[in-house]
Design a protein around this ligand. Structure first.
Ligand code: GCV
Length: 648
């Protein structure tokens, strides 16, 4: 299938809208009344941001909005209702987005590789003719789920992104996306004044550096009047930042914020930092950022990954969310499956995203969830703007995301950013009906697969709070034994599980790294005590003997074995279910998913074989009789070298 046709099919698949094809894809632009409704745009309407109202029955349907983009969202919403069989009666709907800025972060490089991207080259086609149709389709897909911002390039940013030639290209992309309500943002390299501008330093307190950023920002707004702002990764993983000059994150962020302020732009300053000297990586963001609370300008948001380490299959929420009450915070979720089997594994991520946003930080008593904090509900006076980011899983692959079901996590991110209270099941069903069929013989069993898939991945990769058992670098398969010669201690996976003859798990209690103290009560006490710590995080917070008795009455060793076994069996159940789904969808997509499930099942066994045998050597205990035994010897598994570069 050629790219154009598959692009169109995919577009129809995700938004589930018009059945028309070809250039008709532009049906949703202003003036095109595809939905059977009277559309009114009235700036005086009492609606927040790009909200909308849908009223009336099928014969007298009305969509009202304050903005053109709001009207567009109303049309998409009505089409979604039509396609999912919910538009037959009289509607009385009023929707306003929970977050003002709903942003995809692309980790795309100017050489068209995508860091942690598993769906092919960058869709921006840097250095090649602008793929206008492709970008239009991308924009339309995003608009259909309410996404209104795209950071085009990798947070590991090349100074070259701010070169005038590149900016001209960025402006072309912005022009294509504007009719769909999507603003363009850029990741910037903190040393750009020196690296690109030829200045001697990039010290944020030097007037010439401030002037350089101001001039550069003015240049960008000259080309892109609605430019969204900058995303910055600074003093993290070797990238430059204000600390190189003895300055703070606040000094750096505020300098950029000042340059953007008069244009209405924002700075999203990432809290993903860790210093090799600090004993617990999970402590480091709080240690570095808490002292800066209240010191950031109004147009700065601190962008925090959902967990304190790095997008693991399960982490507790990052305690930083509850520790900066005077600062605007936003969550960074990862849609691309860096630690979840790339685009080979079927893992529907809405449950993971929702687990984070629903987490109660207790920073202001019960109900201080991450959603309540970051949507500004808890402290409206602090939140002059609100935002949420998802690291994109999009590339040039015909199906956009590498796995047919990986689209569902892109879709889910957009729906969640619009309304974090929506349930995982509702979104999965919506997506299935629009993407495949509304035949219940298909949607019911397949939704069950989607709904259990995140937990299955946790089971067969890193159950019970285990984390970062990957080889350094590729983050695909298991290497709990991984020691990188000369590597810094905190990059060694053994550092994270601490398995030894005495037991397993990372002691983050008050007797250990003290990480529990970064949470508010009653969470500190709950995580600190072995009796009350949730078992699905036990090895995150505690180091326990192999014989530690779990609530099931079994030992932790037995539970580890059982979880790996359960993960494999769940994937086998998916294979069985999927084999029965053939009659309901086209053979091409059926085959594609089927072959990926075979990889997933084999990978799940690989994880089990590696982890159970490796940990078994420490525990000295036998695999329980009621689980399948590991198959491939450890010596063989240790020889597996994945041919994958750090980038892509
Ligand atoms: C973009 C992890 C990933 C890196 C990523 C980094 C980050 O370390 O492995 O690829 O870099 O997080 O989020 O900045």
């Amino acid at each position: 299938m050629n790219r154009l046709i598959t692009t169109i099919l995919s577009a129809l698949i995700i938004v589930g809208c018009s059945q028309r094809a070809g250039n008709d894809l532009l049906w949703i632009t202003e003036g095109d009344v595809h939905v059977d409704a009277e559309v009114t745009v009235d700036a005086s309407l009492d609606l927040k941001n790009d909200g909308f109202i849908i009223l009336g029955g099928p014969k007298d349907r009305v969509i009202k909005a304050r903005t053109e983009t709001g009207a567009l969202y109303g049309k998409y919403a009505l089409q979604r209702l039509e396609r999912t069989g919910k538009a037959s009666g009289c509607l009385d709907i009023r929707e306003e987005p929970a977050y003002e800025r709903r942003i995809l972060n692309h980790w795309d490089n100017l050489d068209n590789t995508v860091e942690r991207g598993y769906a092919g080259w960058s869709i921006w086609h840097w250095g090649e003719p602008v793929p206008a149709e492709l970008i239009r389709d991308y924009a339309r897909l995003n608009a259909s789920i309410g996404i209104n911002g795209s950071v085009l390039n990798n947070v590991n940013a090349s100074p070259g992104i701010l070169h005038p030639d590149t900016l001209a290209r960025v402006a072309q992309i912005a022009d294509i996306m504007r009719p769909y309500g999507i603003k363009v943002y850029l990741s910037v390299n903190f040393s750009s004044p020196a690296a690109l501008g030829g200045l001697e330093s990039s010290d944020p307190l030097l007037p010439e550096v401030q002037q350089w950023w101001k001039a550069k920002t003015d240049e960008i707004y000259g080309l892109i009047p609605d430019f969204g702002g900058f995303l910055v990764k600074a003093n993290s993983e070797g990238l430059p930042g204000p600390q190189d000059y003895g300055r703070t994150h606040a000094d750096g962020a505020n300098m950029l914020a000042e340059a953007l302020e008069s244009h209405g732009g924002i700075v999203m300053w990432r809290a993903f930092v860790y210093s090799p000297k600090s004993p617990d990586r999970a402590n480091q963001a709080c240690e570095e950022f808490m002292p800066l609370d209240g010191k950031f300008r109004d147009n700065v948001l601190i962008q925090i990954k959902n967990g304190p380490v790095d997008f693991q299959p399960r982490e507790p929420f990052s305690p930083l969310f509850g520790r900066m009450p005077q600062t605007r915070l936003m969550a960074e979720l990862q849609i691309t499956q860096e630690y979840l089997g790339f685009s080979n594994h079927l893992v529907y991520l809405h449950p993971l995203f929702k687990e984070c946003l629903d987490s109660d930080t207790w920073c202001n008593g019960e109900g201080s969830t991450i959603a309540a904090i970051t949507t500004g509900k808890l402290q409206p006076e602090v939140y002059s703007t609100t935002a949420i980011a998802g690291v994109a899983n999009i590339g040039r692959d015909a199906n956009w995301c590498g796995h047919e079901f990986a689209q569902s996590s892109w879709y889910a991110f957009g729906r969640l950013a619009w309304d974090p209270s929506l349930g995982s099941e509702d979104i999965a069903l919506e997506w299935l009906k629009q993407t495949f069929t509304d035949d219940r013989r298909f949607t019911e069993p397949v939704m069950e697969m989607m709904m259990t898939s995140r937990e299955a991945a946790v089971d067969y990769m890193m159950p019970l709070g285990l984390h970062h058992l990957f080889a350094w670098g590729h983050h695909y398969g298991p290497e709990p034994w991984c020691d990188v010669e000369g590597a810094r201690i905190d990059w060694m996976p053994r550092y994270y599980h601490k398995a030894g003859k005495d037991g397993i798990g990372f002691d983050r209690t008050t007797e250990g790294s003290g990480n529990v103290l970064q949470y508010h009560e009653p969470l500190t006490s709950m995580f600190n005590s072995l009796e009350t710590c949730p078992e699905n995080l036990i090895l995150w917070f505690h180091h326990v003997p192999w014989t530690h008795e779990m609530s099931s009455g079994r030992t932790i060793w037995e539970e580890i074995c059982l979880h790996y076994d359960r993960g494999i069996k769940t994937v086998r159940d998916y294979q069985k279910t999927w084999s029965e789904m053939k009659p309901y969808i086209d053979s091409e997509r059926w085959e594609a998913v089927n072959s990926k499930l075979a990889i997933q099942e084999s990978d799940a066994r690989w994880w089990r074989d590696a982890c159970v045998q490796y940990f078994g050597e420490f525990s000295g205990m036998e695999v329980p009789g009621d689980v399948e035994k590991p198959q491939r010897p450890l010596s063989e598994l240790k020889k597996i070298k994945l041919d994958m570069k750090h980038h892509n």
